[in-house]
Design a protein around this ligand. Structure first.
Ligand code: SF4
Length: 361
């Protein structure tokens, strides 16, 4: 606890803010990639402490928010089947599909359970051999290894009634898509520290080189974020365009090799459809052929889904940093955490949920 308190020290944060004020000479737009960072920024009021020249914009790093509507509808279709126990992280239950959500499917009597890890789902499968147990395996690089372990374990132990509905997405292709957009406003990034803890930061170096946009690997405590912002502003001001590791207590250049080996064993690259954004080439992972027996999409043959997105929701623009939640006409009136129209209002990492929780809307 004492260690965490150190990274919330008000005096230290103010000292860094002062350094930013002394340094800044013009307007800079910096995107924090991760929704966890967005929530920390909103909770601490960090944007309000920064000089007017620094604008923080919120990125697509919320796994619940970017899981495609088609996959949510497939999850709902599988969870609606009679012999299925559908397991998922809690946030996913309230995410709106085209017609309904998993929470309503549970309320209608189907067996939809919240789990804290994919291994819990494997245990449920072991204890319920007469049922089909499905885990909704969504996430970024951070959750990929743990989800991958579940199919390795199921295969090794001959657990045939377990499968995973997989949607793993990757940060670097999303950053490139943002930088290549004609509407792009981002001049520097705060990369997500936990993703870099797994993958290292070497894969950001070609992005920096190609797009001449500096990246600071940044943690999640207020002091970490202030330090990441300072590092990015400094690189922009002096023209030193590189990847700076502002989270050295957790992240190394090469990352967690053991976790990467699990990823290599279980997944292969694929295009992914990001909700509200569209298809980003090579932006995700799917199960390798040797693990396709555990692929829920194949096992349940949930094809032919026709999706229908809310006409009001602008979460796609928010996830690309083109709009902010309070610019959505539905924010806080038609759309609330109790009655969400988009995933960004549901997730604990969603930008709309952060604005709703921490601002007077
Ligand atoms: S406030 Fe609601 S409707 Fe508007 S962008 Fe956010 S989730 Fe979508």
């Amino acid at each position: 606890m004492q260690i965490i308190e150190k990274f919330r020290d008000k005096n230290q944060i103010e000292r860094i803010i002062t350094k930013i004020q002394e340094l800044v000479s013009r307007k800079w737009l910096i995107m924090e990639i991760c929704g966890g960072q967005t929530h920390a920024i909103m909770q601490t009021g960090l944007q309000g402490l920064l000089p007017d020249e620094i604008e923080l914009i919120h990125g697509p790093g919320c796994p619940v928010c970017v899981t495609s509507l088609e996959l949510i509808d497939k999850a709902i279709a599988i969870a609606s089947k009679e012999n299925v126990i559908f397991t998922s992280y809690g946030d996913m239950l309230r995410v709106p599909g085209s017609e309904t959500d998993l929470f309503s499917i549970r309320a209608s009597g189907r067996d939809v359970r919240v789990v804290y890890s994919s291994i819990d789902a494997v245990k449920i499968a072991e204890n319920n051999p007469e049922k089909e147990v499905v885990f909704f395996g969504i996430g970024f690089e951070t959750t990929a290894p743990a989800n991958g372990i579940s199919v390795i374990k199921a295969k090794k132990n001959g657990i045939k009634n377990y499968s995973m509905l997989t949607s793993i997405v990757r940060v670097p292709p999303a950053m490139q898509a943002i930088l290549e957009s004609q509407e792009n406003r981002v001049q520097g990034f705060l990369a997500a520290g936990h993703v870099c803890a797994v993958m290292g930061y070497h894969e950001y170096e070609p992005i920096v080189e190609k797009y001449q946009t500096p990246i600071s690997v940044t943690g999640f405590e207020p002091l970490d974020i202030a330090w990441g912002i300072y590092s990015t502003v400094r690189m922009l001001e002096v023209g030193e365009i590189k990847v700076f590791n502002a989270y050295t207590r957790v992240v190394s250049r090469d990352g967690n090799i053991a976790a990467q080996q699990i990823i290599d064993q279980v997944y292969e690259s694929c295009d992914r459809n990001w909700r509200g954004i569209g298809i980003i080439p090579e932006s995700g992972w799917k199960l390798k052929p040797e693990y396709l027996d555990f692929d829920a999409e194949i096992r349940f043959k949930v094809g032919g889904i026709r999706t229908k997105e809310s006409e009001i929701c602008i979460s796609g623009l928010i996830l690309q940093g083109l709009k902010k939640p309070n610019q959505c006409p539905a924010f806080g009136n038609v759309c609330t955490p109790q009655n969400p129209l988009g995933a960004t209002m549901v997730s604990s990492e969603g930008a709309c949920a952060a604005y709703y929780r921490y601002t007077q809307h």
